[in-house]
Design a protein around this ligand. Structure first.
Ligand code: IVH
Length: 676
């Protein structure tokens, strides 16, 4: 063993840590993974091995030292009564056998059964019941602390809120399982998002996770999540095997999958795997493997836990469906923000029921890691994801084929649309075309954003129309829309007069769109819908926003450095100023409506908002407080008039409120106050 890491190993360790952190973030926070689970696990294993060989490089902040966290800031934290561990992953029968042997050895030759279950592909959830009532639902988070998502979980129809009386459940117990989105709901959701031009979810797991963390439980209810339960815990439970506990839970009304089966031998396990590797394709939801658990709870206890995983259970992941095909070429697409995405064009190949011709290659780093050459036979994978991925080159191992490979794929240096030299910003994986004012897809993309439903909502003009007007030289930016005339748009023979009139009417109607949406429509980097609303409310007009300093901007709740800098940069550019001046001239709203006080019901009151709500979002409650003369403040003090308390207010806030004698009001009480 090396005493000190060789430069190569050291570099590799640092590289893997950085990459894994980035992929963790993509997966858990952005819900937009760039690589398959398998690739992630392989990198993690490699890092674990390297760190084991080089203890001098250990780092408590290495991604190997924790299970990824999916904590979100929008929910109250919950500390799990019993930590939520995850399972070790395996991909081969050899690994399954090794697990089986380890268990046999750990139990000193005592006979044992293994409970085989499907591995549901969603996100794990912990439900706590007291006296037969659901009192809390929490995500796993980092395993120790998760998010309180009770209000959202209540909308899942298969989660019982109250258990029937007279059954043998204890006063307190916890049941864990997986929240998932069935294929049918997933497809409906993505179709809807496509219609609204919103980004699509890559797979049902991301959709389920994005949904469960949504702030409005009414929206969650619409999306039809489902939940399967697979782990029952409690101090007062009397059953002694996992399988019996699941039967028991099913008897109390929990959704326990009937697919679980007891295996008495290694062969039984293999049979189960073989059966479901095929049969899973006809299930109404996604599964990505099998979970194997030692059935007897005393035996589980004897086997115990490692730092991260139980020794009595393991996950076997199905091989994602793969196909091999030839890489024909790589083209580069430029999006609205100027981000350049490489796309692989391949010989058509059948994969998991659809013909695949194209795959996203994401960015230059991924291309380099794959070491792609034109003409290579590549392995394409669809691991529950909708968009296929290239996961590797199939046959470079043969030495003579290596010599005859085509040209290495190079990331372009200049923009394929306008020829500008691409740039790469610090800390970002993507390359950008900086020519935002003259690069056609960027211009068209910005106009499309401007007219989109949640911006100016000019629904009489669609993306094809934008293309058409742009090609005909009628528009060069969104402000040009306002000088279009019916005569320009209709055909020479007057045939398209009616549709031209419709377009113009739609454009004119957009003059009524409130300022906050105009601000969003401008497409300032990092100024999304929510930030636009916040800025509009805080500054009140475009002039005031333009005059704001970096400091002023950063004083605004929810506005960090990146956003503030982007706003300042936007208004420092003469061309943007000219553009907004033309919009103003056309009559587009550049001032927020003076929100006349709706009442003085809350005059002089300082109100803290805490918890999650069913009727309105937090943002809406903030606006309501202001509209009725009150002030929304962040922390509880003696001066706080009351707390607008939603579900699952955090225990520390609750304690502080009762110590200072600050009263709580439910959302119903609050609404009555302002309505009355
Ligand atoms: S048991 C200590 N059973 O897979 C054992 N987990 O990497 C706890 N999962 O975090 C988990 N189906 O989100 C278990 N039938 C099943 C499962 C399952 C899916 C998920 C769960 C867990 C992850 C493990």
């Amino acid at each position: 063993m090396n005493l000190f890491a060789t430069p190569n190993d050291a570099e590799r360790i640092l590289f893997l840590r950085k990459e894994l952190n980035r992929h963790n973030y993509n997966y858990y926070v952005r819900n937009a993974p760039e690589i398959s689970d398998r690739q992630f696990d392989d990198m993690m294993h490699e890092l674990e091995e390297l760190e084991e060989r080089h203890p001098e490089m250990s780092d408590p902040n290495s991604p190997t030292q924790r299970v990824g966290s999916d904590r979100s800031n929008d929910f109250e934290p919950v500390t799990h009564k019993r930590p939520m561990l995850s399972l070790g992953n395996t991909y081969s029968r050899g690994d399954v056998q090794a697990f089986y042997d380890r268990v046999a050895e750990g139990l000193g030759g005592e006979p044992f059964d293994i409970c085989c279950e499907l591995k549901f592909d969603g996100l794990s959830i912990s439900l706590t019941y007291e006296h037969g009532r659901l009192v809390r639902a929490a995500t796993r988070g980092d395993g120790v602390q998760g998010d309180d998502v009770t209000a959202n979980v209540r909308t899942i129809r298969t989660v019982p809120l109250v258990l029937p009386e007279g059954l043998d459940y204890p006063d307190e117990f916890e049941i864990r399982g997986e929240v998932l989105m069935p294929w049918e709901s997933f497809e409906r959701l993505n179709a809807e998002r496509e219609r609204r031009e919103e980004p699509l979810f890559a797979n049902p797991r991301n959709a389920a996770s994005g949904t469960l963390k949504s702030k409005k439980s009414a929206a969650v209810a619409q999306r039809r999540l489902d939940a399967y339960l697979y782990y029952l815990l409690g101090d007062a439970l009397t059953t002694q095997t996992h399988y019996e506990r699941m039967q028991q839970a099913a008897g109390w009304g929990f959704n326990v999958s009937p697919t679980a089966k007891l295996a008495h031998s290694l062969q039984d396990i293999y049979d189960y795997i073989d059966h479901w590797d095929e049969a899973r394709h006809s299930l109404p939801f996604a599964t990505d493997g099998i979970v194997l658990k030692v059935n007897d709870l005393r035996q589980q206890q004897r086997l115990g836990y490692t730092a991260k995983n139980p020794r009595w259970a393991i996950a076997y992941k199905f091989q994602a469906e793969q196909a091999v095909t030839r890489l024909l070429d790589v083209t580069f697409q430029v999006g609205r923000t100027g981000a350049v995405t490489p796309v692989a064009n391949m010989e058509p190949v059948l994969l998991a029921g659809t013909t695949v011709r194209r795959a996203s290659l994401h960015n230059a780093d991924i291309i380099r890691q794959l070491d792609l050459h034109i003409g290579d036979m590549v392995r394409v994978e669809k691991a529950g994801e909708i968009i296929p991925q290239i996961v590797g080159v199939a046959d470079v191992a043969a030495p003579d084929s290596a010599a005859h490979r085509g040209a290495a794929v190079q990331f372009v240096k200049t923009c394929p649309e306008c020829g500008a030299t691409l740039v790469r910003y610090e800390g970002e994986a993507a390359h950008y075309c900086p020519n935002d004012t003259a690069c056609p897809p960027q211009i068209k993309g910005r106009i499309e954003h401007f007219i989109s439903r949640e911006a100016m909502n000019i629904d009489s003009v669609g993306p094809e129309t934008v293309d058409d007007y742009f090609e005909r030289g009628l528009i060069r930016d969104a402000a040009d829309l306002y000088s279009l005339t019916v005569e320009q748009l209709m055909g020479n023979d007057g045939s398209r007069r009616r549709s031209a009139e419709k377009v113009i009417a739609g454009i004119r109607r957009s003059l009524d769109v409130p300022f906050e949406r105009v601000l969003f429509a401008l497409g300032i980097r990092f100024v999304g819908k929510v930030v636009a609303k916040t800025l509009a409310r805080r500054f009140g007009s475009l002039d005031a926003l333009r005059a704001a300093s970096l400091d002023d901007l950063m004083q605004t709740e929810g506005v960090g450095q990146a956003i503030a800098e982007s706003v300042v940069r936007y208004f420092a550019d003469e061309r943007n100023l000219a553009f907004v001046a033309r919009l103003a001239e056309a009559g587009v709203r550049m001032e927020a409506e003076q929100t006349a006080l709706q009442s003085t019901a809350l005059e002089g009151m300082s109100i803290v908002i805490s918890g999650t709500f069913a009727r309105h979002s937090r943002e809406e409650y903030k606006a309501l407080i202001e509209a009725h003369g009150g002030k929304n403040v962040g922390s509880i003090s003696k001066k706080t008039s009351f707390i607008l308390a939603g579900e699952n207010m955090g225990p520390s806030k609750l304690e502080k409120a009762s110590k200072l004698g600050v009263p709580l009001k439910t959302e119903e009480e609050f609404l009555q106050m302002i309505e009355g």
